[in-house]
Design a protein around this ligand. Structure first.
Ligand code: GDR
Length: 329
């Protein structure tokens, strides 16, 4: 029988895909929402009919306890974080507090309210950083390259530690980059697809990017939230790498996005813009998700090229809609 889920970070990309998935399976879904008058609430409510919002903050332990007591969830998905690597260099302490210590606050709240609640922790391929081996598996050593990556390593280890120390069902998904039309504009994929659409429509001329040679293993967020849920249905908690097993450069992403609109990225992209370079970079990520395939029966459905064109098409349609509204009004 479907249970009750509480999702932190529900206003982010993965939060909405996961809420939709769980609602479609008959779950009662609560979204934990931070701050006063959160501007994303209306959009999340529209995308996820039936979701209930609850106040709470990963910085505030007692708010987490109160949310768990009120919602009585069977499953908690901790997706809340400062998730933009670039920002984590500028706000390293806050990143440690939210992305790192936020995890132990959730674990402690679960332990005191009801230790039978299952926890999914959103771990990240950024933990591999300066990679020790390729492809990366659940056994690859971590070498994070950003305050974000360091905080995620803490979150991962504390999740494993609570599982081992207290027998809690705390599992961790080591997710590689996953994108969609709902991705925030600060991340490179959406920044590219949004700019390509605007350039096509004559609304923008150039796109300033940082390192075009970075390589990432990019999948579709809708596929990845299914893996989160499958981990929670296992008899025992465990850790799983979730990835496509293919890697592509930022340059390749640009090529496909622009050429889908009949454009050449070389005519528009300005690279090595210092504002978008990082003090330390993760050059290459490529994940081996064979354990997830074997144990969870999970595999990604949307291939790279389709992901890029899906995002470009969505941005083009969104920009055209804005233009029609502006023309009418
Ligand atoms: P990442 O995603 O850091 O991998 O973390 P992001 O899209 O920000 O960067 C990917 C790569 O592109 C390079 N890059 C640029 N990045 C941004 N944002 N803007 C630019 O202009 C630009 N130019 C080049 C970056 O240097 C980097 O190498 C994402 C986040 O979602 C994390 O929260 C998550 O844990 C990991 O993916 C898996």
């Amino acid at each position: 029988m479907p249970g009750t889920a509480l999702i932190t970070g529900v206003t982010g990309q993965d939060g909405t895909y996961l809420a939709q998935l769980l609602l479609s399976k008959g779950y009662h879904v609560y979204g934990l929402v931070r701050g006063q008058n959160n501007p994303r609430l209306e959009a999340v409510g529209r995308l996820c009919p039936g979701i209930e919002f609850m106040e709470g903050d990963l910085l505030d332990h007692s708010s987490l306890v109160a949310a768990l007591e009120a919602a009585q969830p069977t499953e908690v998905y901790n997706l809340g974080a400062i998730s933009f690597v670039g920002l984590s260099f500028k706000q390293a302490l806050l990143t440690g507090e939210v992305t790192g210590l936020g995890v132990v606050r959730v674990l402690e709240a679960i332990r005191s309210v009801n230790p039978a609640i299952r926890l999914y922790q959103a771990s990240s391929s950024e933990m591999f950083g300066k990679v020790r081996e390729t492809p990366q598996t659940e056994l690859t050593a971590f070498h994070p390259r950003s305050p974000y990556g360091v905080a995620k390593v803490y979150g991962h280890h504390i999740t494993v530690n609570y599982r081992e120390s207290y027998g809690m069902f705390a599992c961790s998904g080591i997710l590689f980059n996953h994108e969609s039309p709902r991705r925030g504009l600060e991340f490179v994929t959406r920044k590219i697809t949004n700019a390509a659409a605007k350039i096509k429509l004559g609304l923008q001329k150039e796109l300033h990017l940082g390192n075009l040679d970075s390589q990432r293993d990019w999948g579709f967020a809708g596929d990845y939230v299914e893996a989160m849920h499958l981990m929670m249905l296992q008899p025992e908690p465990d850790d799983f790498v979730i990835a496509t097993g293919a890697t592509h450069s930022v340059r390749e992403f640009c090529e496909i996005a622009f050429s889908h609109l009949g454009l050449n990225y070389r005519d528009h992209v300005v690279s090595d813009d210092a504002r978008f370079l990082r003090p330390a970079e993760v050059d290459l990520l490529i994940g081996d998700a064979s354990k997830a395939k074997r144990v969870l029966g999970w595999q990604p459905r949307v291939p790279f090229g389709e992901l890029v064109t899906m995002m470009v098409d969505a941005d083009l349609a969104a920009q055209q809609k804005i233009m029609r509204i502006e023309a009418a009004g």
